[in-house]
Design a binder for this molecule. Structure first.
Ligand SMILES: *Cc1c(COP(=O)(O)O)cnc(C)c1O
Length: 417
């Protein structure tokens, strides 16, 4: 019954042994993290890989300042969206030419949802989930309005039953941003295909956090984020995946010149570019793209199965220590206890969540708060150690024992939580 009492107590020494045996421990050296900070917010803005500053300096001082416009050719700026997409494809189980880097998740969702609806003429329903990230819901509603379609969101538990022959598109986020719970991608995709629907997966909390096999799951479309677990920097461009079988005839609505088959012929009529090229719209944010490309070097040689094992071990250790050390302070767990059902984050609940997170941040442990009562902790396996998890919980315990979160400065709500 009470697993907590029957389980042997975890001690610091056990945690130190886990670090000593961690096959990914060397990856932490690839990141520049400030002293005295335990960074549990890589699910919101990834830490900075050390490979980035030198590459950015070269991009600014040589390629931009000296090369000027010649760098679109000479420094290979122009093919960067395809090249960086190819690198990301390795992390998500796709082929290189199925992924391209462009715009933001929000904009890519718009392009993909419209294109997908056009592939299912006669069907008018976009099916989503209650509790999805707001932009996914807003964009789907906006697309429905524009396309004279309907957007219906159901509770995750009712989802399979709601995938009927009226549905054109199922639009879901793979790992939920609040709970960390994830869907069975292959099963839901199969169910959608059985009734002739298509699926769009949002990989914001999947890409770089855990292995993902888009093609093995027969996924149709996916979008994902450059600045979370891929560590591409604030506002890094996003990526979009379209399965090769859908490339032919893919008709996305934002027809910009970079999606044209021959942008530099400056013709009046739009002719869609080949394959994923047509997902491009305007000029790429080249400096951000270069930062993202350099950041992805942090994944070089990383076995994603090992990354998953570590992620499960980190999140499990966190939950065990919360049970062991914090049971009297009124925290709840909003993440599945079963490690095989959660991504790389753990969410706790507490009525005073906002102030507690602020007090935690003041002590150097950076997590974040999601309204109304969620304390969210992301565990990026490339740079978080088992001792970080230990220290994060012990500092939280200290804050709770001493009630430091009650200080007025921690109660004031900031613009970005
Ligand atoms: C972070 C996140 C986004 C962000 O969208 P942007 O357009 O990049 O701002 C979208 N969807 C989900 C599920 C997210 O977690």
């Amino acid at each position: 019954m009470n697993q907590i009492l029957s389980a042997p107590k975890v001690r610091l020494n056990d945690v130190q042994i886990l670090d000593a045996q961690d096959p990914l421990a060397h990856c932490r050296e690839r990141f520049q993290l400030p002293d005295g900070v335990i960074y549990l917010d890589g699910n919101s803005l990834g830490a900075m890989p050390k490979s980035v500053p030198a590459r950015m300096t070269r991009a600014i001082e040589q390629e931009w300042a000296v090369g000027l416009i010649r760098s679109w050719n000479d420094a290979d700026w122009y093919p960067a969206p395809q090249r960086v997409g190819g690198r990301i494809s390795q992390l998500i189980g796709a082929k290189p030419h199925e992924v391209i880097v462009a715009d933001s998740i929000s904009v890519n969702l718009f392009k993909i949802l419209v294109a997908a609806l056009r592939m299912r003429p006669g069907r008018k329903r976009i099916l989503g989930e209650i509790g999805n990230f707001p932009t996914d819901v807003y964009i789907a509603s906006g697309v429905a309005e524009l396309m004279e379609a309907e957007f219906i969101a159901v509770e995750p538990d009712d989802l399979l039953a709601a995938i009927t022959e009226e549905v054109a598109i199922v639009s879901l986020t793979h790992v939920n941003y609040k709970s960390g719970k994830f869907y069975d991608m292959a099963a839901i995709t199969q169910r959608a295909h059985d009734v002739g629907a298509l699926v769009v997966w949002d990989l914001a909390h999947t890409a770089g956090a855990m292995p993902c096999e888009l093609n093995a799951a027969k996924a149709d479309f996916a979008v994902g984020c450059g600045y979370k677990y891929l560590n591409g920097g604030p506002g890094a461009p996003a990526f979009v995946f379209v399965a090769e079988r859908h490339h032919q005839g893919l008709d996305q609505p934002l027809k910009g010149w970079h999606g044209h088959v021959k942008p530099f012929e400056f013709t009046h009529d739009y002719v869609a570019g080949n394959g994923m090229d047509r997902m491009l719209v305007g000029t790429a944010p080249q400096l951000s793209l270069i930062a993202l490309e350099a950041a992805l070097e942090a994944f070089d040689g990383v076995d994603m199965q090992l990354l998953r094992q570590k992620s499960q071990a980190l999140t499990s250790l966190f939950i065990t220590l919360v049970d062991q050390e914090l049971s009297e302070f009124g925290f709840g767990l909003a993440t599945p206890r079963d490690a095989t059902k959660r991504g790389s984050q753990v969410s706790l609940t507490h009525p005073q969540g906002y102030a507690i997170i602020q007090a935690h941040i003041a002590r150097g442990v950076i997590g974040d708060f999601r309204s109304p009562n969620i304390l969210r902790f992301g565990f990026a396996s490339l740079y978080i150690s088992y001792c970080d998890v230990w220290n994060a919980v012990m500092i939280l315990k200290d804050i709770m024992i001493n009630e430091t979160w009650k200080r007025a400065e921690f109660m004031k709500q900031k613009a970005v939580t």
